[in-house]
Design a protein around this ligand. Sequence first.
Ligand SMILES: C[S@@+](CC[C@H](N)C(=O)[O-])C[C@H]1O[C@@H](n2cnc3c(N)ncnc32)[C@H](O)[C@@H]1O
Length: 208
Amino acid sequence: MADKAGKTEFWESNFIEKQEMWGFEPAHSAVLTRDFFIQKSVKNILIPGIGYGRNAQIFRDSGITVTGIEISKTAIEMAGKHYGTGMTIYHGSVTNMPFDQCKYDGIFCYALIHLLDSSERKKLIGDCYNQLTDSGYMVFTVISKEAATYGKGKLISKDRYEIFDGVKMFFYDRESIHAEFDQSGLFEITEIDESYPFFLIKCKKGDK
Ligand SMILES: C[S@@+](CC[C@H](N)C(=O)[O-])C[C@H]1O[C@@H](n2cnc3c(N)ncnc32)[C@H](O)[C@@H]1O
């Protein structure tokens, strides 16, 4: 997908160049979230920023139906190659959600929201919340200000840095998590290590 300046979008070029750059093992948070969703009898989930599907398969292996959204066409093609074509993945930016009128009883959004600016983050949280069934759950993983990369690169706005060309990141702490998620049923924040220090954020619909 080309951006306004006609450049190939960062993630598309990255997947073309580096292919399956995170391997095939699911992230630690995906494993914990799979267990949590099973405990809550979640049956169908949405994964915004699904990549090439490494975090989708463990949910599918547990009988959960997965739908994805992904900005990189190459990543979607890789997901089809590795995990089959039986999974709907919408091609586009999460900033254009919703892509369908479905309600999901779970949403898992891994390492994506911190790439967005403040109004996009707010819209993503609202759009995800709106696509939850009554009493559905959404789980986000986000990078923490404890990361060694925090404060590196060009400062864009408070806690948001351009860490390299085309990639801007917002670094969270508990205060900014509360500020952004409290209105959307936030009930738990856990620290988790995913090569970088991350937070795992859980929200429940109906607790607004
Ligand atoms: C840091 S990676 C997340 C990791 C990936 N889910 C995995 O398997 O670990 C961010 C993912 O979100 C996708 N992405 C980035 N910005 C996006 C956007 N605005 N809309 C949809 N997908 C996006 C990227 O292409 C990439 O697959």
